[in-house]
Design a protein around this ligand. Structure first.
Ligand code: ZN
Length: 117
């Protein structure tokens, strides 16, 4: 999954949130998901209103498919340009591509080992 935006403020309580992966902040002060801080995410889940808040993450496969389309439409497109069109940061896009490459390399190594065994 890929972050589409930096967290900013919680959509429910309007308090400033730290990034999801900012371990220097306490869990309750970090973005939990769907634009909500930890306590608000839990409260919305309990209240059955979680679906009223849109997801801020997209599956990596979807991002990779969109990137493939952009590369066909605009040969030579840079990561920065593609990221801008996909509504995400360049670093987040590069991270998706690198993780996908590693995942495929691992799968390839495993199938090579299976054939050798
Ligand atoms: Zn909140």
């Amino acid at each position: 999954m890929v972050a589409l935006m930096t967290p900013g403020v919680c959509l429910r309580c309007a308090k400033a949130m730290a990034a999801t992966n900012d371990l220097s902040a306490r869990a309750g002060e970090r973005h939990k998901g769907r634009g909500l801080c930890g306590p608000c995410y839990s409260a919305a889940r309990r209240a059955g209103t979680l679906l009223d808040y849109e997801r801020t993450y997209r599956p990596a496969d979807e991002v990779l498919d969109d990137l493939a389309v952009l590369r066909i439409r605009t040969p030579g497109i840079t990561y920065r340009q593609a990221a801008e069109q996909l509504g995400m940061t360049r670093d987040a896009l590069v991270q998706v591509v690198v993780r996908d490459r590693r995942r495929r390399e691992t799968q390839q190594e495993q199938s090579t080992k299976e054939r050798a065994a």
